[in-house]
Ligand binder design. Sequence first.
Ligand code: AMP
Ligand code: TRP
Length: 322
Amino acid sequence: MRLFSGIQPTGPMHIGNYFGALKQWAEMQDAESVYSVVDLHALTIDTDPLIRREYSLDAMASVLAVGVDPLVGTVFLQSRVPYHAQMNWLLECVTSFGELSRMTQFKEKSERQTSVRAGLFTYPVLMASDVLLYRSAQVPVGEDQRQHIELTREVALRFNNRYGEVFTIPEAVLPSAGARVMDLQEPTRKMSKSVSSPLGTIYLLDDPADVEKKVMKAVTDTDGDVRYDPEAKPGLSNLLEIFAALAGETPVALASRYQRYGDLKADLAERLNACLAPIAQRYRELRAEEGEIERVINEGTERASAIAGEVYREAARAMGLL
Ligand code: AMP
Ligand code: TRP
């Protein structure tokens, strides 16, 4: 089954990206999976061009380091395949201003900025283009992308009804645990690359000592009862959720095994470090030999272009472009 997902090269990856998306990318990959470092999406945020280049290489290395294998599926850089920007225009003409105005991520992000780029507003259309260009049936993402996938479905249905059956209607695939990892210091806020919270965010490349420190200092509560209750105990429940994603168990089952927050935190830190160590090692190896990443990008571009080109031409013809 065709699978597509993307990740923005906007800074170092954290465990929210891993449990929400990248872990699933590795687990679900097969010959039909298509994964992209979506550098066009990242243009919605101001970044120094030299740093932007590094971020793209970092993101490619992170995707490969978590176990995505370019010999199994397709891995590419979005800007190298021009059909994404082209399809974006076709689909902007199938999407309404009102629909985009209802996107909660746009509302949240635009409130934090003084000058809001038009691209930030139309960004969900580019995301729909990514997914639909590959006729993807499934899209592994974290909870924050659910609304964008819902919009993608609506745009695809509208296009198919108006112009003929060109697109597959995709669905979001969320992990059972870790679909929304919260900031460790402010557990009512999502862990995020764009809001820096030094103690609240655990990066895939953090030193083991830092991981331990961040977990041990994670904000919890004072009632002392180890129980999974995201409403009343957001901090502790977030730790249980992360633990559940690592251990393949439910947060409730894990909670029943602990009496003390400190013991839970110590075990979680150990499990996290055991999970992150091989990722960090592979990342450093890949980043040390840049030719390898460039090779992956070039091969991926060819494979992605072959699929996307065909679907783009079909969509353009269906709309009446000669
Ligand atoms: P982004 O960093 O916005 O490009 O996100 C890349 C992927 O990571 C998307 O599938 C997001 O849904 C997912 N993601 C980002 N932050 C989190 C988080 N705090 N918890 C779970 N998934 C996340
Ligand atoms: N918008 C997604 C995010 O911020 C990244 C993304 C772009 C994406 N295109 C995609 C995710 C297509 C899934 C499918 O996380």
